[in-house]
Design a protein. Sequence first.
Length: 280
Amino acid sequence: MQGFATDEGVRRGLSYMPSATDIFISPYAKCGTTWMQQIVHGLRAGGSMEFDEITEVVPWLELAYDMGIDVNAPQAAHPRVFKSHLSWDQIPKGGRYIVVFRDPIDAMVSLYRFFEGWHFETGAIQLSDFAESFLTRDDDQSYWGHACSWWRQRGRSDVLMFSFEQMKRDLAGAVDTVADFMDGQIGRETRNLATRQASFEFMKRYGEKFDDHLVRQTRDAACGLPPGGVSTKVARGETGLGAPLVTQEIRVKFAARWRETMTDEFGLASYNDLVLELSR
């Protein structure tokens, strides 16, 4: 990953000056980013699927320059929307923000599967080793630093928060909430269409539009990766991914890491407490 994003590219992304109507979709990796991109773009563009890969129409803020995309260029529809994985402390201020939280074990397993066959050969890295790396990273770009930074902003009117599980349980309700956050004038027909086009079945059918092939084309060589790697964003659409794969030892370590961060600062005893809090 060393060459994935250049310092200059990240600097240009961080220096972007948002307008008040701009929307930044900034969950942690594999926590529903592409899903939310599809929802927001569908709502603003009336369900248009006129894109080769969704990064074309919802640019990745901190990677746009390295992909040859000008973040200041006109977008396909209004409002302007950007994907990001930045923490609250890092992301440019002045726009509006949507964040999706996901069970950290599910996020870790999904990230492992996403990288396997692209950033490392299948079977080359054990899930337990990958989990250890995920657990021990300790900065703003870790799951833990990202989650803490955004949870501190949960009372802000310009920040909208979901859980992945909440979106799975009531997609139509989530789309309605996003539509109201964007523009209360978005009509029922557009909301219904955006809901259908954000379903797992629809996104799986059009998986090539969500598979990061444009990212691979522009960044694989910089990372020293051979061509032909495979990645998919719409894999299973499941919660509880880690259940059959993750050992009890790993679960104990994840629970301890949660307590060190989310419990100590916010009193959230477990990820389920966070989900309940967001459901109120």
